[in-house]
Design a binder for this molecule. Sequence first.
Ligand code: ASP
Length: 338
Amino acid sequence: MSKPRIHILALGGTIATRPDPSGVMQMGAGADDLVKAVPLLGTLADIEAETVSRVGSHSLSFDQIHALAARIAASKADGVIVTQGTDTLEETAFLLDLLLERDVPVIVTAAMRNPSLTSPDGPGNLLAAVRVACDPWVRAHARALGVMAAMLDEVYAAVDVIKAHPTRLDAFASPQSGPLAALVEDRIVPLGLPVRDAIEATRRKLGKVAGTAKPVALLWMGLDEPGRLMEAMLGASDQLGYGGAVIAAMGGGHIPERLADVAARLASAVPTVVSSRAGGGAMLRQTYGGPTSEIGLRKAGLIWGGRLHPLKARVLLETCLRAGLSRAAIADLFDAWG
Ligand code: ASP
């Protein structure tokens, strides 16, 4: 039987770093180098390796991920692996999931430990990602699984995966739904299929996304937040160039009461989504009274982000704005997220 054809697209990140003469890690390795470091890959698949960029994921742009999605959509391979940095993996994987509708596995992977350290995780994660892409259960359910992240022998849904620690080897998790599969020895052990209704409905409403970048402000609420960034946006004729805002609110969807007026004005100026700073998860809709709890904020025109993490709500809002959706259409689209 012929081996599956796997297309590896390398963006950069720690997995692709090399030490410079002073010992500091710099972007350097390309896709070929990553593949060469894992000879076992050739026994599993016919590998096509392509270097897309050599940048840290903290410097990637929405436009770069849109271009990457077009490349993946055009790939004739039986599975696609994206290697990148860990810093924004939770956002890029979700954006790819919004943009791609493929019947082949698409898996994002990365490394927490750079190649100069003892036991770097990059080669193992790349091998795991290729194993996942070649696995019969994964291939049979590729569309139902959506874009996945493979890190430290676990497979996560792009919609739920988060980077939950800045330095630990086990930095990635899906606190809301748990992993989709585990890698054990050389096997993939399926653990569950994700509920995809919201993402499918979202994709139908987005249609083909072809517009230009529209920055979205992320306003993280904390104890005693005075709301001056919201005031600054409202004070500028163009809202400082932001096309929308995500408020990372407390708990089930609450912000300090003194922000009632400014939040309502912001929501009239630009589409403003509220999502929970607790890390995403289903929000309240009708429990608490007062102007800046869920009932008051929703009445004032704030859009409910549902179970999306604030970072993912920001990715989705940017995609909606880029697609040219109206405020009402954006509110309707986010409603599917619970
Ligand atoms: N700053 C790096 C990046 O995201 C970190 C990493 O890859 O882990 O590209």
